[in-house]
Unconditional design. Structure first.
Length: 369
């Protein structure tokens, strides 16, 4: 079954030395402890087990053998192999983080031999507006206009408020006066300011919500697991319930990304709010041999019409492939078990796989035009 990877990032186009490669297989910022390696992890095992054969190595080849072979083939060939082997029907590429160092959606689509669509990150647009220079009074309109332009042709918007203080913020729409005051404080900072002001983050979400409603595109919200820029307990999607309610009243589709270890909370929100969707994203590759259990937990409660597949792959094409492998294998194991126990028919299982793997993503991103 071809998959729609509804949330991923570009890959690094060039060759990577061991240190850089290992830097990308952890969500942490630091090298492994003395004497160890980031391959000593569930995701390290998954790379050795599932990615090595794509490079014509035996399963569980050593990290040294793996990286030597990857270098021999070259990054471009390795990237192409993994993206082709992922078996994608379409991919949605978020371009908001270190875009200059990663391949653009069009190049990703060429590697994957599948259409690639863009998702625009709200905070990156706000930071670009600040860099270009704008008066505080003009900021609200300048941001709305810049977002409109940046998101031309995008199939979704994304917010990373998870990385900017978490979900404890006031969910209401700030007044123009509050936004201008906050913009005055923010824009007076030197250099290229990172958007971390709570009022401006809220303003970003609400401006994004207006655009999402007009264009009929979903708003993606990073939740749960990620790099140490976030504080894990503050990114439980349940903390955003009031915002979720308000976005529902506005008619905006919300997609919680990744969510681990709060995928059960996300599944609950998806079960009770008709406009809420979710995935387990990078948890599929980072949990390696346990990915099937994470996927099974996500499927305990969530309606089959509300869960999506994504790899959340970033920088390494291994992850675009590993996500697809873990998702297909996990889903097959779970559904086979359900069929074996006569909890569902083979036809039910096919339909569930179709919904999670591609049809839900088509419905919310690719069919409204
Ligand atoms: Zn991501």
């Amino acid at each position: 079954m071809p998959l729609v990877d509804h949330h991923c990032h570009g890959v690094v186009p060039g060759d990577l030395d061991r240190r850089s490669f290992e830097g990308f297989i952890t969500e942490g910022f630091e090298p492994a402890p003395e004497g160890g390696s980031h391959f000593d992890s569930p995701v390290g095992l998954a790379i050795r087990r599932w990615c090595a054969p794509v490079l014509e190595l035996p399963p569980l080849a050593s990290p040294d053998e793996y990286l030597t072979r990857r270098a021999e083939l070259g990054a471009e060939e390795a990237n192409r192999r993994f993206l082709r082997a992922a078996g994608l029907e379409a991919l949605l590429v978020e371009t908001g983080h270190l875009a200059a160092e990663l391949l653009e959606p069009a190049a990703m689509g060429a590697l994957a031999a599948a259409p690639a669509h863009r998702v625009t990150r709200l905070e990156t647009v706000a930071e670009a507006v600040a860099r270009q220079g704008v008066d505080a009074a003009a900021y609200p309109d300048a941001f709305a206009q810049a977002l409109d332009e940046a998101a031309a042709g995008a199939v979704g918007l994304k917010t990373v408020i998870a990385y900017r203080g978490g979900f404890g913020l006031d969910p209401t729409r700030p007044s123009t006066g509050e936004v201008v005051d906050a913009a005055g404080r923010w824009l007076s900072k030197r250099g290229a300011p990172r958007l971390d002001d709570p009022v401006l983050l809220r303003h970003g979400i609400w401006t994004g919500a207006d655009l999402a409603r007009r264009r009929r595109v979903p708003l993606q919200i990073h939740a749960g697991y990620g790099d140490p820029d976030l504080t894990l307990h503050l990114v439980n999607p349940s903390l955003l319930t009031d915002l979720v309610r308000a976005l529902g009243e506005l008619g905006v589709t919300v997609v919680f990304l990744h969510c681990y270890p709060y995928h059960r909370e996300a599944a609950y929100l998806a079960a009770v709010f008709p406009h809420v969707y979710f995935d387990v994203g990078l948890a599929l590759h980072h949990t390696g041999p346990s990915a099937v259990r994470v996927l099974a937990e996500a499927m305990e409660l969530a309606p089959f019409t509300k869960q999506l597949y994504s790899s959340d792959a970033y920088a390494l094409a291994e992850f675009h492939y590993l996500g697809a492998v873990a998702f297909r294998r996990g889903l097959a194991a779970i559904l086979d078990d359900w069929v074996r126990r006569a909890e569902c028919s083979a036809a039910d299982a096919d339909r569930i796989a179709e919904l999670l793997g591609r049809a839900n993503a088509h419905r919310i991103y690719l069919s409204s035009g």
